[in-house]
Design a protein around this ligand. Structure first.
Ligand SMILES: Cc1cc2nc3c(=O)[nH]c(=O)nc-3n(C[C@H](O)[C@H](O)[C@H](O)COP(=O)(O)O)c2cc1C
Length: 158
């Protein structure tokens, strides 16, 4: 199973999580590479395999600066993404209330509007929580990787 981890980050937390998951991927029968969202367009969703978006939130529920071009491309170059299966790691801070992990939610909503299918649960990493984010993300990934394998088989008609 081939994974591409797309990073939307302001200060590097999401990048760190993506690197942790990429490092762990072989244990789960996957190979993974990490790609910064900067300068990407909707074309990245044609990459073979599954995508995992690791995206934080800035401003007031906004996508990070390095993710804005990709996010805008989902509108400007909109097309059907029914072939896409993606996972979502959503970083935020629950003290922001209504805009909690709004950046990742914005990607989720837009991708689903275009027909992409979310695999598994969203991994929500709350900066306010006492839990170690790497530990939470790795536990999520163990379950997600199994679900992703199932989703890949269904997509391939196996
Ligand atoms: C200026 C600023 C604005 C933020 N706005 C939000 C927000 O609206 N909602 C939210 O859930 N988190 C918000 N956060 C929290 C970040 O998303 C969180 O700290 C995250 O771990 C940062 O990850 P990053 O280093 O990958 O960008 C904000 C953080 C900063 C510094």
């Amino acid at each position: 199973m081939q994974l591409t981890l797309l990073v939307g980050s302001v200060h590097g937390n999401a990048r760190q999580i993506a690197q942790t998951l990429a490092f762990a991927a072989p244990e789960h029968g996957a190979s993974a590479h990490v790609l910064d969202m900067q300068d990407l367009s909707i074309a990245v969703f044609d990459t073979p395999g599954l995508l995992v978006l690791c995206c934080s939130t800035t401003g007031s529920g906004d996508v990070p600066g390095n993710a804005q071009g990709l996010y805008q491309s989902l509108d400007a170059d909109a097309r059907f993404l029914g072939h896409v299966r993606f996972g979502l790691v959503a970083l935020g801070d629950s003290s922001y209330g209504d805009t909690f992990y709004g950046g990742a939610k914005a990607f989720q909503n837009r991708l689903q509007d275009l027909g992409a299918q979310l695999v598994g649960e969203v991994c929500v990493l709350d900066a306010l929580a006492a839990d170690d984010p790497d530990t939470v993300a790795l536990a999520w990934f163990a379950t997600w990787a199994q679900q992703a394998r199932g989703a890949t088989k269904i997509a391939n008609g196996v």
